[in-house]
Design a protein around this ligand. Structure first.
Ligand code: NAD
Ligand code: TYD
Length: 345
């Protein structure tokens, strides 16, 4: 089978391609990626020369390029997105353009070329904030609160509309916060690890008592392979790690593991509109596909820290000019950046 993976040079996409190739599941995997700041071919350096793997540089908003890449593909796994909540707050337009507009282009091309399975990779953030003690199953209303979450909810609804209107064979998955190797250090856990390794302050937004559910990227990718193979058309599957944790506790776990003082934690201005709590009910994928996470949070954090320690060259490469500019603007001058967001309200 020939599979098109969009966004395969990013964090989850690259882990997925590595796992899919190791499983020998697909005859051919085409990685279609625009190589934005978040896309990095180094993430796949160990599999690039493997038979059956092909890379095409392209943008999912470019219909002609997408159609060419889709030629002969039976299935699509769609990861490509602008994936960072904070960036979506500072500059929403590119996020909507790729996540909603790009998904529409891809859906249209995949339908035209009669793709038999389309797996749309989405997020628990589409369900919005959840009160303590509750969790969202797949029928929970979509209540995205950040421009990123809204864009993913918009894309999910487009996928749903293609299923309902055209009988298009698509499935949606919604995962909780992923962590593991190759994650760009703008996201919480790798940012905390990289800063702790350098002895820099760990910027925790607000009181740090916001709660996320953490799933190791390999567990997520194993679930995606199962859904691709045995999921039911038109269905939605939640994929969570069953590891609820407060941000502050996560930061302390990182510092403990590295033998650093908790005085490195610095509470900084909160994210505007910050969702307090996410939580998923994952009973459906457990019952239907017999999936459950296998990597404990203790084990996963230790493994992730070890990976970042051992991959300093990768860190230096991704922390190039764009990252430095981003960090300088939104962390060193955080109050100024947030004032600018407020002033535009
Ligand atoms: P990432 O930012 O690490 O990677 C995104 C990839 O998409 C990059 O390789 C980038 O170059 C590519 N890309 C961006 N815009 C593109 C475009 N217009 N055309 C082609 N390629 C483009 O993201 P990630 O963390 O690996 O997330 C992958 C997917 O999983 C996203 O759809 C995200 O919404 C979803 N997701 C992520 C998480 C998480 O915790 N990271 C959780 C649930 C769902
Ligand atoms: P993030 O990795 O951006 O994922 P998401 O917002 O999609 O859940 O952030 C995870 C949590 O960590 C979120 O509550 C925001 C918080 N956070 C910080 O406290 N400091 C930071 O520097 C970052 C990037 C995130």
């Amino acid at each position: 089978m020939k599979l098109l993976v969009t966004g395969g040079a990013g964090f989850i996409g690259s882990n997925f391609i590595r796992l899919a190739l190791a499983h020998g599941r697909d005859d051919q995997i085409v990685n279609f990626d625009a190589l934005t700041y978040a896309g990095n071919l180094l993430n796949l350096a160990d599999v690039t020369s493997q038979a059956g793997y092909q890379f095409i540089k392209g943008d999912i908003r470019d219909g002609d390029a997408v159609r060419r890449a889709l030629e002969g593909c039976e299935a699509v796994v769609h990861f490509a997105a602008e994936s960072h909540v904070d960036r979506s707050i500072y500059e929403p337009a590119p996020i909507i353009s790729t996540n909603v507009g790009g998904t529409l282009v891809l859906l249209q091309a995949a339908r035209e070329l009669k793709v038999q399975r389309f797996l749309h990779v989405s997020t628990d953030e589409v369900y919005g904030d959840l009160p303590p003690g509750s969790c969202a199953d797949e029928s929970h209303p979509l209540q995205g609160n950040s421009p990123y979450a809204a864009s993913k909810a918009g894309a999910d609804l487009l996928v749903r509309s293609f299923v309902r209107t055209y009988g298009f064979p698509a499935i949606i998955t919604r995962a909780s916060n992923n962590y593991g190797p190759y994650q760009f250090p703008e996201k919480f856990l790798p940012l905390m690890i990289c800063n702790a390794l350098e002895g820099r302050a760990l910027p925790v937004y607000g009181d740090g008592l916001q709660e996320r559910d953490w799933v190791h990227v390999e567990d997520h990718c194993r679930a995606l392979l199962l859904v691709l193979e045995r999921g039911r058309d038109g269905e939605v599957y939640n994929i969570g790690g069953g590891n609820p944790e407060k941000n502050l506790t996560m930061a302390k776990r990182v510092l403990n593991a590295l033998g650093r003082e908790s005085s490195l934690i610095e509470h900084v201005a909160d994210r505007p509109g910050h969702d307090r709590r996410y939580s998923l009910d994952c009973g459906k994928i457990r019952r239907e596909l017999n999936w459950k996470p296998t990597i404990s949070l203790d084990e996963g954090i230790a493994q992730t820290i070890a990976w970042y320690k051992q991959n300093q060259a990768w860190i230096q490469q991704v922390k190039g000019g764009e990252y430095r500019r981003y960090y300088e603007t939104y962390y060193t001058h955080r109050d100024v950046a947030l004032q600018a967001v407020k002033a535009c309200r």
